[in-house]
Write a protein that binds this ligand. Structure first.
Ligand code: PLP
Length: 469
């Protein structure tokens, strides 16, 4: 319901972002599928942390579980056969959702995006002289791959992202992609959308990297929730996704989508139940199962596979393009309003990290709040106050230390100090305090499938409270 001053604001918003009107069907869903938000007066702005599930997903899945006799897959008993059938159906549904050809791509089910990334890191055949190339802007679950390449004598190279937009200039990217002519194996990893700044790094880099002999790993965890990833158009070697980031439920299921040859290139460092066609203790041998199975350790979360299919159905019934349009209209308005707020003395209330407009970005916005004298208000204070407004946002570095370091201008010296003496184990709090004479993190709000104008309006009202006359 929109009335009074809000109505005037809404009219201005609609004049500037008329496409929002084309997403009206989502307002209805807010009442039917996400009614818990307004019933609890909850302003949810952490979609990059995790999306929300619709009520029908949960009801449908509960009904399915109540009606089905499901058993551990890979046997021929009826309960097992049903589970196997549902897993295989789900594989095809995931490929279809991403327009990926089953001839080209294999979906390997994992626990989450992190697990998918780890499968690539631990299996990629890094050797001496090989290169792992990645952008500063990456989630720690990608950064961590460097530890696999280093122990095998390969080199890690980071491509800097440049503020204020926190992007990689194209010429810089070309220079890095030209490297490693003599390397046998070269892996290049970047996020399709930054979970820090919302920047969407160009998918065009995939082809350019391929032309220069790189294998390409796309972290699509933050991108796929509000953007169409078309694997008929783009052909990365590996893609990592967590399903809860797209449709909230189930948590604990992700996928590594790998090109068939790229999957063959990965060498598993071990075998486990579920990944072999045969193993012997006496003969001290094993044979890895072909394709996805060889990478799916133990028993899959088989009771939740139908919920993945249902989640995809839910998103497709709304339309990913419609979700995208809506989120980008709200993002544009939020950015514009946020950047316009000033203290009485004319100083800006916030400093944004990332693009100021909607071009080449998604609905994830990182910033800090400043007082009238230009001193930063610690992000913890902002989060604590947001809690009182029943606003869910996120603060810190969001597991993306490289983007934070570039955005906040932290130096190697600032950061090295926090790891001294070597081997010391700081708690996260101690680490934050160590760099706390500077801004140690940021505030992040992110929009998604159930976001509406009122959410943005309430959030702006909350931020305005920091304004000093
Ligand atoms: C860009 C990006 N990559 C990877 C991850 C890791 O996802 P998960 O914790 O589900 O493994 C996240 C989670 O926030 C993310 O935003």
């Amino acid at each position: 319901m929109i009335h009074g001053v809000v109505k005037e604001e809404y009219s201005r918003f609609i004049r500037l972002y008329p496409d929002y009107g084309k997403t009206k069907s989502i307002d209805k869903l807010r009442e039917t599928e996400f009614s818990r938000l307004d019933a609890q007066g909850h302003v949810y702005l952490d979609y990059t942390g995790g999306s929300l599930y619709g009520e029908s997903q949960i009801r449908g899945h509960a009904r399915f579980l109540l009606d089905s006799v499901l058993g551990n897959p890979h046997s021929i008993n009826p309960a097992s056969a049903l589970a196997t059938e549902l897993i295989e159906r789900c594989r095809l549904r995931v490929l279809d959702f991403l327009n990926a050809s089953p001839e080209e791509y294999v979906p390997v089910f994992t626990a989450n995006a992190t697990h998918a990334l780890k499968l690539v890191g631990e299996g990629y055949p890094f050797c001496k002289g090989d290169i792992f190339l990645l952008t500063y802007d990456n989630h720690n679950s990608v950064n961590g791959i460097r530890e696999f390449d280093r122990v095998r004598g390969a080199v890690t190279k980071y491509i800097p992202v440049i503020p204020p937009e926190i992007r990689v200039p194209e010429k810089v990217m070309d220079r890095y992609l030209e490297e490693g002519e003599s390397a046998r194996n070269k892996l290049f990893a970047y996020p399709a959308q930054s979970n820090f700044s919302g920047v969407q790094h160009p998918l065009e880099w995939i082809d350019r990297a391929h032309e220069r002999g790189w294998d390409v790993l796309i972290d699509a965890a933050a991108f796929v929730a509000t953007n169409r990833l078309d694997l008929g158009r783009w052909h990365p070697d590996y893609v990592a996704i967590s399903f809860y980031k797209i449709f909230g439920y189930p948590t604990g299921v992700g996928v590594l989508i790998a090109r068939r040859e790229a999957l063959e290139k990965l060498h598993r460092p071990w075998f486990a139940g579920g990944t072999i066609t045969g193993a012997s203790v006496k003969a001290d041998q094993f044979t890895l199962a072909p394709g996805a199975e060889g990478f799916e350790d133990g028993t899959l979360n088989y009771a939740c596979m139908p919920a993945v299919e249902r989640g995809i159905d839910f998103i497709e019934s709304i339309g990913i393009d419609k979700i995208h349009t809506r989120v980008m209209c709200l993002t544009g308005w939020l950015l514009e309003r946020l950047l316009g707020i000033q203290h009485g003395n004319g100083r800006s209330l916030i400093r944004l990290y990332g693009p100021m407009g909607t071009e080449g970005r998604g609905g994830t916005i990182a910033f800090n709040v400043y007082d009238r004298n230009g001193a930063v208000i610690n992000h913890d204070v902002v989060e604590e106050r947001a809690k009182r407004w029943n606003i869910s946002l996120r603060t810190g570095c969001f597991c993306n230390p490289g983007a934070r370091e570039m955005a906040l201008g932290l130096t190697k010296d600032d950061l090295s100090e926090c790891f001294n003496p070597p081997g010391s184990r700081l708690t996260n709090n101690e680490f934050m305090l160590c760099i706390d004479d500077k801004e140690s993190g940021a505030v992040r709000v992110s929009l998604g499938v159930a976001s509406n104008f009122n959410d943005v309006h309430s959030f702006l009202g909350f931020i305005e409270e920091f304004r000093e006359t």
